[in-house]
Structures are given as C-alpha cells and as structure tokens.
Write a protein that binds this ligand. Structure first.
Ligand code: BGC
Length: 447
C-alpha cells in the first residue's frame, strides 16, 4: 500500500522533535546556569564512554543552519525545548537576558522560514540550583516551575502558539529518581513517589498558567508509552503485564484526566498519599488541548518474584530473537496502532498528537551518503499504523519524528543515532540521510 500525505488531511501536523540538552551545547556560556544533566555527566560510570553534551550538536551557534535544514526538508513544525537554566540560571528569580535572546532568535528565524515552533517547557534539564533543594522531590518545585512557565509565556507567548508542558514525566521520575540512571541519579521508592506527585501537579498547574496568560495557546503535554503484552498467556504474566501498564502508560495520564492515580491495580502506589495534600486531587487534572504520545516499541512482560514492589519484569528484546534497534528496542510498528487505540479510548481527551517516534540504527557513510533504509522502513510502517488507527476513528492529528540530528542520547551518549541528519561531532558537518530525503519527498506532496 502506498502512503501519501494526502491520506491524513490538510490539518494534520507533520513535524520533527528535538530537545535543548541533547543538541544545544554552550553549556556554560552567556550566563547559562548548570542543569542536573551538566552535573550528572561528570559522575563516573553514568554515561557511555564518559561522554557529555558540553558541545553536542552546537545548535546554540548553528541554529540558523539547522532551522534552514528543517525548511529544506519541507518540515512545517519543529518541536524544541527551552533550557530552564539558560533563562533562569538559578532556577528562579534573576532572568538571563542572553538566554531569552537566544530563544527569540530561534523562534524568529523559524517563523521567518515558515516553520511553526512547538515549545516543550521541560525536557529533563532541571536547574542544578533547584536540585540542591531536592528538585522534583521538593513540593516547592511546583512554584518554581510555574514561575518559569510565566517567564516563558511573557517573553515568547506573543509568537509561540503551541506549548508542551512536560516531556515524559514517567521517564524523568523513574530513571532520575527511582533507578538513578538519569539525572539527578536519585534512587528509591520515596524519592520516586514524591517526584511523581510533584510532576503530576506541575503538569496540570503548568497548563493552567499557560491558559491564563495566553488564552489562544494550543496546550499539551507528552507521555512515553508502550504497547504491553504478557510474555506468556498465563495468569501470572497477565497480572504482571497489567502492573507494568499502570506504571508505563497510566500513572500520569489518569490523574490528569481527573481519574486519580491508578492505585487499584498497583497497591504500592497508595504510598503516594503521604505526599498528597487536601485539594490536590482536583489540582491534578487539567483539560489539555492535546495529549502527546511518544511511542517507540512494545514491551513483553513476565512475572518476577525478584522485582520489588511490582513483581513484573520486561523481557528484553535481545532475549526474544526479534529485530531490534540500537536501543535494544523491538522493531514493532503495530505498537503505534495499539497505543493510539488505547489512549484514544479514554474519555475527555480532546485529541492525540504523536510528538515522538523514531529509531536508532547503525548508519554507514558510503561516499558521503547514508542510506538508512531500515529507518525509512521503520518510519513508513509506523506512519501506516497511525493511519490505520486514524481510519478507525482515533482522533490523532499530528506526527513528529524523533529527531532532526544525531545527538546526545542521555546515558547512552552519542552511540544510538536517531537523526534524519547525521552529525560529524568532530567537524559539526551535517549530512542528510536517506530518511531525511524520504520525509522531505513525502511532505512535498501538495494537498
Ligand atoms: C525522549 C528523548 C529521547 C528519545 C529516544 C524519549 O524518551 O523524549 O529525549 O532521546 O526518547 O530515547
């Protein structure tokens, strides 16, 4: 079946997503304060080959060229994030004028080229000064965050219409405050549950602040989500899969929709009550204009008595003899269909937008060209699965590829490459891969 842009209708939003810490570099110039990731990369054993993002793709200096590349690829929407500590070096209080100027230049240049900016307010780089006060485990983070949101709307709200409150709260609380594998490297259930509750409150409060200060804004927030299946069709695995689903897919969306935390299926979550204050239940919900779906794969889950609290464990893709990406994620495009059907079945969701989807594969440069056919196939099949869900009535109105440039992939460093565009990190030279050209041609079809 051949796939064309026209199948999705003229209102469908096609885009590409990036994140400040992964591409900007310029970690400590022009008054930027340190973020938790600037500190975390210094800790031994945390990042693949001790890599860091002090320079990354140097987007801070090369933003004009990179935005022009987006234009050359016919991509009409660019989702990028603001580095909180670039504009508020201490996290709160003093505004760094040079940081504001940088994002003004990015926004203005995008608009000049006809590219619509979609701003993510928080893509994991909390100011280090706030982490020293406990970061997401400190309830004051709600106040710090909403002040920061006010600053962003004040300076950029006149030109930016689309606002995304948080990027994947489950990942930054789980990896950052339970497993300690992402910044700030904290561990344990108590840290995790405190961070979860404060992030869940911040996502709703952030939405309210944007709506109040910018009445015509298009407001959303994003969730990491994976289609989950039991490893074997036995009762124990089915129960385990249900618990994994609570944690990976339901924990943040349900309170946002006014359903409260899904404690029934995962009793341990009851312990979150120690952080809940009177009136919080209402404060957790907010009517987002859209929900951002970020899907990469499916997970198969089995019962495990060794796993504390959940008694469930993911069976890694490399143990299952299936095709995988460099992240050891199964290539399984049907996951996109199932997850859209799942989220599409919640009441009270206005619309869904796929705000991230993509794949890391090994790229080889042959005579200056990168023919990443596996990525092209991955993207095409995922878009096909999106269309399948859309045709069955799911209200999904956008698709953003992760990501424009090969970049700093958090704890994995520069090894997994997700970009439509290759970056030579010695010379900062860019090469558009076949996937970038494929997306460009796909998007060039007139309605
Ligand atoms: C994140 C990105 C990340 C991507 C691939 C998402 O979890 O939002 O920052 O690079 O997945 O791992």
């Amino acid at each position: 079946m051949s796939l064309t842009k026209a199948d999705f209708g003229p209102e469908f939003k096609w885009g590409v997503s990036t994140a400040a810490y992964q591409i900007e570099g310029a970690a400590d110039i022009h008054g930027k304060g340190p973020s938790i990731w600037d500190e975390f990369v210094k800790k031994p054993g945390k990042i693949f080959q001790k890599q860091h993002a002090r320079v990354a793709c140097d987007f801070y200096n090369l933003y004009k060229e990179d935005i022009s590349l987006i234009k050359d690829l016919n991509i009409p929407n660019h989702r990028f994030s603001i580095s909180w500590s670039r504009i508020l070096p201490e996290g709160t209080g003093r505004v760094n004028r040079k940081g504001i100027d940088f994002y003004n230049r990015v926004i203005d240049h995008s608009l000049e080229l006809g590219i619509e900016p979609w701003v993510t307010l928080y893509h994991w780089d909390l100011p280090q000064a706030l982490q020293e006060e406990g970061g997401w485990t400190n309830r004051n983070v709600i106040q710090w965050f909403t002040n920061y949101v006010e600053v962003c709307i004040k300076y950029f709200g006149d030109r930016v219409k689309h606002w995304i409150i948080l990027n994947e709260p489950m990942v930054f609380t789980g990896a950052g405050y339970f497993f300690g594998v992402h910044a700030p490297g904290k561990k344990g259930l108590r840290n995790f549950l405190a961070a979860v509750h404060h992030a869940a409150l911040s996502q709703a409060e952030g939405g309210r602040v944007v709506r109040q200060l910018h009445s015509t804004a298009n407001i959303g927030t994003t969730f990491s989500c994976s289609h989950i299946e039991p490893y074997r069709s036995v009762r124990k695995d089915i129960i385990a899969a249900g618990k994994a689903d609570v944690l990976l897919n339901r924990l943040f969306i349900e309170p946002l929709l006014g359903m409260g935390y899904p404690v029934e299926e995962l009793k341990i979550l009851r312990r979150i009550e120690q952080f809940v204050r009177q009136g919080d239940e209402q404060k957790l919900s907010f009517d987002m204009d859209f929900i951002g779906i970020q899907n990469y794969t499916r997970e198969l889950v089995t019962h495990s008595s060794f796993m504390p609290f959940v008694k469930a464990r993911i069976v890694k893709a490399n143990k299952r003899n299936v095709e995988t990406t460099l992240m050891n994620w199964e290539v399984y495009p049907e996951s996109m269909y199932h997850i859209l059907k799942k989220f599409g079945s919640y009441k009270n969701i206005n619309q869904l937008i796929v705000t991230e989807n993509g794949a890391a594969f090994r790229d080889t440069i042959i005579q200056g060209e990168i023919d990443d056919f596996a990525r092209v196939r991955f993207l095409r099949e995922n878009i096909n699965q999106l269309l399948r869900a859309k045709k069955e009535g799911v209200n999904v109105n956008g698709y953003f590829i992760w990501t424009l440039l090969d970049n700093f992939e958090w704890a994995e460093g520069y090894y997994p490459k997700f970009g439509l565009v290759h970056v030579n990190f010695d010379t900062q030279q860019r090469i558009v891969k076949s996937s970038g050209k494929w997306y460009r041609d796909f998007l060039s079809v007139k309605e």
